[in-house]
Structures are given as C-alpha cells and as structure tokens.
Design a protein around this ligand. Structure first.
Ligand code: MG
Ligand code: MG
Length: 256
C-alpha cells in the first residue's frame, strides 16, 4: 500500500500539539452535538462546530479538501443511510434519525480528526444497537493500537467483532495515519489479517474509524459527489478517534 511509505513518527512535543488539536476538535463536536434535536438543520450544527474551532485560533481542516469540488464545510454530517462525507445544508433532522458528525481541526499545523453518531429524539432499537456496536468496535480497535502489534491486528479485531454482531464494514473507506496532513500512512482498514501489515511503532498517530452498515458492505456516492451512502439504503454508523501510540500505551487525543 503506497500510503504505508508515508508514515511520519511524531515526537512527544508534536503529540502534545496534536492533543490540543484533538481537544479543540472534541469541543467543536460537543457544540454540534448539543444542538441535535428534531428541526435543527445540519448547517446549524456545522456553524456551531466551526465557531468553536475558530474561537480557539484553529482552522477547520475539512474546508477546501480537494475532491470532486473543494469540500465546502467544517464538518461532514451524514444521516441514516449516509455513511460518511454528507455535506451540511438546509436538511432538518427528524425524530428517529441517526446522525453522524465528523470534524477535523488543524491547530499549530497539526490535525485532530474524530466523529460520533447519535440518535435524534427516540430511535429504533435497531438503530440504538447499531450505534452501540460501532462505538464498541472503535474501542476494540483502539485496544489493539499497541507498540509491536500490526495494522492487520487492529482491522482483524474490529472485523471479528462487527461481523460477529451481524453487521458489515466498508472495504473502501479506512482509518489512516494523521499528523500535519489529515491523511498520512499507514492506511488502517477496518478488516485485516492477524499478524499482517505494518508494525505499530511509538510516535505513530492514527485516526481509527469503523464505518458500519446493517445491510451489506456496499456503498454508493450520491449525486452531490461527496456523500457516501449504503447501496441498499440500510442504516449506517461511524465513530472515530485520533490516537497516539506510545511506549506508555495508546492515548486518545480527541477527547475534550
Ligand atoms: Mg474524520
Ligand atoms: Mg478520518
């Protein structure tokens, strides 16, 4: 995998800056989360996140990211069947929706990247279970981000757990190294072979992000050319943290 040549080891002082980027990012996500209720627009959530980022002297990483056209917002907000990369706008959240908010913050040149999914009002038991399984999958993956483990051990653990729960993981979109760039090596798929792949070393920082689908692993890109949704319209879910791998253990950088 060509990404794996682009693994950049971070010093303790660089990780400290990344911790601050991650903290600001967590505050931005919390501001968006606080507004989630039926009737709020996804643009309002995005504006709240961006305001927090800028108030801390940081930059919304996602804005202007190259793609079919430069990404236009600070967050990606994906509802129900939408898995990732939904563009905030006039769409209003409805009772029973599940909504994923993904955000990136650049602070002093370093990026924090994280995402959560939550329900709007009262949600179905199926949606609740999907959220719980995806959040636990992220924790199971983080537990494997240990010095000496391999990238395949991380993906294997996530895959075994999620598929054991009867759900699916996209093969196309993956976790990734993160640092001065939002996407660095290594690529960290949410599936893998135990004992295979790049060995994890102290100073690696990874954005781990299980993306779970109820129906099938297949996705499609919507006409806006950014939003990725499940091919069959089934519910999807996404959680993400930026995590530093150190000799003292893994450190989640994207906490408030
Ligand atoms: Mg993200
Ligand atoms: Mg990411």
């Amino acid at each position: 995998m060509s990404w794996d040549r682009n693994v950049i080891i971070k010093s303790a002082s660089e990780i400290a800056i990344m911790r601050e980027a991650g903290r600001i990012n967590a505050l931005a996500l919390a501001a968006a989360r606080e507004l989630i209720r039926p009737g709020v627009t996804t643009a309002e959530l995005d504006a709240a996140a961006e305001e927090i980022i800028r108030r801390h002297g940081a930059i919304p990483t996602f804005k202007g990211v190259p793609g079919p056209y430069p990404y236009p917002a600070a967050t990606t907000i994906s509802i129900n069947d939408e898995l990732v990369h939904g563009i905030p706008g006039k769409r209003k959240l409805c009772e029973g929706d599940i909504v994923s908010v993904d955000c990136g913050t650049t602070f002093e040149g370093f990026v924090g990247d994280s995402a959560f999914t939550t329900g709007v009002g009262i949600i179905s038991p199926a949606a609740q279970r999907l959220i719980e399984v995806t959040e636990k999958a992220l924790q199971i993956g983080i537990d494997q981000l240990r010095v000496g483990n391999r990238v395949g051990d991380v993906g294997y653990a996530i895959e075994m757990y999620v598929e054991g729960q009867g759900y699916h993981l996209t093969r196309i979109y993956t976790g990734h190294g993160v640092g001065r760039e939002m996407w660095e090596g290594p690529q960290v798929p949410n599936f893998g072979r135990k004992g295979h792949g790049l060995r994890l070393r102290p100073g690696m920082v990874v954005a781990l992000e299980p993306m779970v689908l109820i129906g099938t692993p297949e996705t499609r890109v919507l006409p806006d050319e950014w939003t990725v949704a499940s091919a069959d319209g089934s519910l999807t879910c996404h959680f993400e943290h930026t995590v530093a791998i150190t000799d003292q253990g893994q450190v989640i950088l994207t906490l408030p």
